[in-house]
Design a protein around this ligand. Sequence first.
Ligand SMILES: Nc1ncnc2c1ncn2[C@@H]1O[C@H](COP(=O)(O)OP(=O)(O)O)[C@@H](O)[C@H]1O
Ligand SMILES: [Mg+2]
Length: 420
Amino acid sequence: MISKPSATECYVYITLPGETSAVTAGKFVLGKNARGDALGQFVYRGKYIDDPRAVELDPVQLKLSKRTYETALLGGIFGALRDAGPDYWGRRVIEKHAGKAQLGELDYLMECPDDRAGALGFGLNTEPPGPLRKFNRTIDLEKLQALADAVIKDKLPNDPAAQQVQDLLLLGTSMGGARPKAVVQDDDGLWIAKFSRHDDRWNNTLVEHAMLRLARACGITAAESRIEAIGGKDVLLVKRFDREKTQKGYTRARMVSGLTILRADEAPEMRRNWSYLILVEELRRVTAEPKKDARELFRRICFNALISNIDDHPRNHAIIAKDKDWKLSPAYDLTPSPQISLDHRDIAMDCGDQGRYANAKNILSQHPRFLLEQEEAEKIIADMKQQVAATWYDTVRACGVSDKDADTIRAAFVYPGFSL
Ligand SMILES: Nc1ncnc2c1ncn2[C@@H]1O[C@H](COP(=O)(O)OP(=O)(O)O)[C@@H](O)[C@H]1O
Ligand SMILES: [Mg+2]
């Protein structure tokens, strides 16, 4: 139970490339400026800066330097730190666990078990704790799905036995996103288990699995996934690309979301920064292979438009760094959304001269930013349109999606307005 006042400062730990335990990178303090607005400050620790193995937390806002960084955005929380914290689903589980609804931003960061996305950790001690060794195993999935159902329906029993089981679900809350999920381990490594919800309109888990496969067939680098059928329900397991199993434990890759790269927020007034065109410019500045990543991003925009994935917001994009260098992460969270309009649909971010319009001409309009010649860009669009139209149905069916569900999502694929 959390009964202490909300934390206002913490140490930030990092697991360095190739290592399996953390060191202290610096200190974060959440205070207020003269006007009373939240102001976050971060300072790298001198000892860390002097360590030849040291790497930056974030290539956009927190480059390695001895200065004191300050931010008034996002309630004073630096994007790279916020990316390591939970969002909707995780916050909900943590609140249940802590027995109260309103926690401070830092409480959410520190209450998370250390299986969060990326290489960072948080705590009150100058030195980091040892690495987490205990993970749920894939055999716990049935129990976890049942718990997730109870959280969604707000029906968690309040007895001590239930508390213990809730602890299980807490492992995995640090991953962002809104769908119920947990982190599980098997002999191959760590996976994010994404559960079904009782109010799903179709079998989301099978469909998401199929979309990752379809994306791969379209030349996109996508996260590896598989399905486990548990107690009559399908659970999607997505292999974590920010963890690698080694003899001595898990190594961790740093991970920064598109939201942080865009210096944006989820608040409506900050959505003018939600743009693939800005994202690609930033990407080209920070990644080791700008041309490769820019072209890959172009493919993802086409794909999202072709499957009507309107949930392609900046937190569903990320860059990762296993060593010093950053690159675009594999694609994840790809969901088709059958819309009613046949001639105009918008994806979540600006992708051309006509804003968010999911349309071939619009996507083509800014091709030089993606380091593509006109003909190359046209060919990518034409080939992918053909590929999605010809194979989406067989792909979803081969992944076990029922004929009825395939019909329900049919309108998502290659809608007429894409080619207007
Ligand atoms: N394969 C993966 N490896 C590492 N981190 C991932 C992976 N897939 C997703 N994530 C991280 O977990 C978060 C939640 O996953 P996501 O699939 O987007 O869930 P949701 O459908 O709830 O939005 C993402 O925003 C991303 O930060
Ligand atoms: Mg998501």
